[in-house]
Design a protein around this ligand. Structure first.
Ligand code: MRU
Length: 362
């Protein structure tokens, strides 16, 4: 199957598929300026935690090309801060920025020309590692799914949200490729409709049978015994296993627990924040009221009525059956087990050589 070209580095430029226009138009945009990459992250041209991280790393490599030689480190730091202000919840953004910033800090004696080359190589490493992590976690996750059945997913955690085959959708695709007979229910995911527009688009392309439902239908289908498992992605998973993901994920987790349905989270280690002790400390993005009050530019609520629009919620660890990473699957005591799995990805000697330990932690 052909990989979705979500975000790529081409001849010193960043190319991104404009996800705001899907599923009706497939438009690729070329970025020459880091400020435009920041705007693309903020405005959801590119979205999904791992894809945001890759876009930021590439945007910083792009920006480094133009920064003045005499003030390089200072200006690079300023650019890092501008990227960090784009969106608050997905930890991959901060993880990728920190990798790039560390590279500059640790190599300050090298020439700016060398630093620029190193930053480009690091951005490509972030891209390749995400691709690889998608593949590996998908294989681990595929084993957890039933031989036959229907999987519910929320938002979009597919190739459009990553550099590779996706996380939650990667798990489903790997299970299908292993011979499992699966179909998917995709929550439409109000207000931006990532499920209806993006997940359905990807699964149709991948020839996985998909049914789109409105978010408030999930309980009905669970009660009917139509859902066998839930798999979602995450924007930031805290050290204790609390999971921030697209608004509505928590409701799905509560419903799954009520109906005895396993609730799996596909989380590359780049989305796990060991510095964040629990979900109450995860910053939740509040997006514009228009996303809720308007549809296709037209108001759908009376003028002057207040609107709330938190873009994410937090599912407590106790509702999560397992967290699937590229280094293995965590169950049981998440605090101990997630730390083990994240540490298995930490650099051994340099930022480009990483250990590849694998296993299950429970
Ligand atoms: O606002 P978005 O579209 O960036 O939110 C995306 C999600 O919530 C995804 O589920 C999450 O980033 C995981 S993507 C592998």
């Amino acid at each position: 199957m052909k990989k979705v070209r979500t975000v790529e580095w081409k001849k010193g430029r960043v190319v991104m598929l404009d996800q705001r226009l899907l599923p009706n138009r497939e438009v690729y945009r070329l970025y020459k300026d880091p400020t435009d990459v920041i705007a693309a992250i903020r405005d959801l041209v590119v979205r999904g935690a791992p894809a945001i991280g890759v876009a930021a790393a590439m945007g910083l490599a792009l920006g480094a090309q133009k920064l003045p030689q005499d003030r390089f480190a200072k200006e690079f730091d300023k650019l890092c801060r501008a990227f960090a202000a784009a969106r608050p919840t997905a930890v991959n953004l901060f993880w990728a920025i920190e990798r790039m910033r560390t590279l500059v800090r640790e190599n300050s004696r090298l020439s700016v020309e060398t630093l620029r080359k190193m930053l480009e190589a690091e951005a490509l490493a972030v891209y390749r590692e995400d691709l690889d992590a998608n593949r590996r976690l998908s294989e681990f996750g595929a084993e957890l799914l039933p031989a036959k059945g229907t999987i519910l997913t929320h938002c979009n955690a597919g190739g459009l949200a990553t550099a590779g085959i996706g996380t939650a959708l990667g798990v489903i695709l790997a299970a299908r490729d292993a011979g499992k007979k699966l179909s998917v229910f995709a929550d439409e995911t109000r207000p931006i409709l990532q499920g209806a527009r993006l997940t359905a688009w990807e699964l149709k392309k991948a020839r996985v049978p998909v049914t789109v439902i409105t978010d408030n239908m999930a309980g009905y289908f669970m009660q009917q015994g139509k859902i066998d498992a839930v798999v979602v992605g995450t924007d930031r998973t805290a050290a204790n296993g609390d999971v921030a993901n697209k608004i509505g994920t928590y409701s799905v987790a509560v419903l799954a627990a009520r109906h005895g349905i396993p609730f799996y989270v596909a989380a590359p280690t780049s989305s796990i924040d060991l510095n964040c002790p629990n979900g109450t400390k995860i910053p939740i993005e509040e997006r514009s009221a228009e996303e809720v009050s308007h549809f296709h530019g037209k108001p759908i609520i009376p003028k002057g009525v207040k609107v709330a629009n938190p873009a994410f919620d937090v599912t407590p660890a106790k509702l999560v059956t397992a967290i699937i990473t590229e280094n293995g699957v965590a169950t049981g005591s998440y605090r101990r087990n997630l730390a083990k799995l994240v540490r298995a990805s930490e650099p051994v000697t340099s930022t480009t050589s990483r250990s590849r330990k694998r296993g299950h932690a429970n």
